[in-house]
Design a protein around this ligand. Sequence first.
Ligand code: NAP
Ligand code: MG
Length: 497
Amino acid sequence: MATDWHEKARTLDIPSQMMINGELVYAASGKTFASVSPVDGRHLADVACGDVEDVDRAVAAARLAFEDGRWSARAPAERKLVLRRFADLLRTHRDELALLETLDMGKPIADSTSIDTRAVANCFDWYGEAIDKIYDEIAPTAPGTVAMVTKEPLGVVAAVVPWNFPMVMAAWKVAPALATGNSVILKPAEQSPLTAIRLGELALEAGIPPGVFNVVTGDGPEVGRALGLHMDVDGLFFTGSTQVGKYFMMYSAQSNLKRLGLELGGKSPNIILSSYRDTVHAATTSAHSAFFNQGEMCTCPSRLIVERSIHAQVVETLVEIAKSYAPGDPLDPATSMGAMVDERHTGRVLQFVEHAAEDGATLATGGRRARQQTGGCYIEPTIFDNASNDMRIAQEEIFGPLLTVIPVDSVDEAVKIANESCYGLASAVWTDDLSIAHKVSKGIRAGLVYVNCYDCDDLTTPFGGFKESGIGRDKSLHAIDKYVELKTTWMNVACRD
Ligand code: NAP
Ligand code: MG
């Protein structure tokens, strides 16, 4: 029988405390903040609103746990077993976690159950499974010496994450950090704290010792900043806006030069060329990727750069596909576009509709708020045509279901425009000409290039951006490097006879 998610929501326990040193606790100040669902404006919980004092408590617990070796000194094979048990528990709690995520930040329940929760469990499995297969090195030095190059955990690591994929973004950082033996403090976004708290509880249940994985809820300028400035945090790994990423660089410089990993914004160019035979397929896939997750995606292909000869057909197809993304009830499994994360963000996204009109783009479809009678936050899938790359809708990250179409006359012009952005996260090119595919993919300055596809995804590949899209990579074995220090140990082993 199909799950009745509304019914399930009525009896769902909503977590509201932080996890520090293996215990669910209120903020030291007793303060809370309201967690409001963008699905229908319902009040979900009053969540503990942490501050510097709670960060201090969490860092002290994490430091003690790290120093006494309750996790850091365990054999990698033992950490693997615990992380895999954690992944299994996440699978067992799939429906609960998916529902919390959907209620908290508005994404369709079909996505939370089939994409987010699955990706999170797989991520803990993957890093757990990897960690007892990674070797240290002996350097090829002269006879008489042995130089060992070993990887050691950083120590106390903080992860500060956004609200668009709350659990997935957390897992991409927490899984490799725990696998390598660090102690972790996770700070979820204020808009989406619920699943983070449950991750903390389930980690404990899986056997991750108290103090090793802490969750501090609260707002960014208080809790995020306190972690960024903390003298006893060794590394800070952030996903979020470029602006806040820059703050973290300042915090690091103002404190202990803690290591940073920054996964920041994007304004991804998606180039459809006339040398790709199936224009309709390219446009269809592009529209799906642009409207997936309400467009609240750092890799959203929000700048569609198209050769003029196929421009009309591409726009016609985009508008057709947009219809299937009419916002619906996020708790209905048939819904493909849910709610925007909150009122504030909804207002911000809608401002870009005004900017587009002022800057002279043509509205091809959408542009309005939807489902207002529900009390939730919904925006129609929106397409702007005949835009130029200097418009605000082409330069600024909107993080909503707004797609900007820019017609061009040549491949070279397409690449030039693709690169005229402060961002360099994802990109795509559609062509059947192998030489052009090579030339364009090499020419684009971005961490990800899709050729004749969009949003292929696998844990085995690094994820992150060039330019102001960030520093460092999540996912894959490359991510492991962020959470370890390299130590070189020289030994004189020459015979003294
Ligand atoms: P955001 O405002 O940068 O917030 C991200 C996190 O930083 C939240 O936990 C937030 O806490 C915290 N924060 C905010 N202000 C802070 C401050 N002054 N000091 C310390 N921490 C602070 O981003 P968002 O609006 O949540 O998310 C959207 C952005 O994330 C987009 O720009 C998107 O491109 C980016 N993103 C990037 C990736 C990637 O992998 N490259 C993935 C997803 C999203 P509070 O919310 O509690 O204040
Ligand atoms: Mg919320």
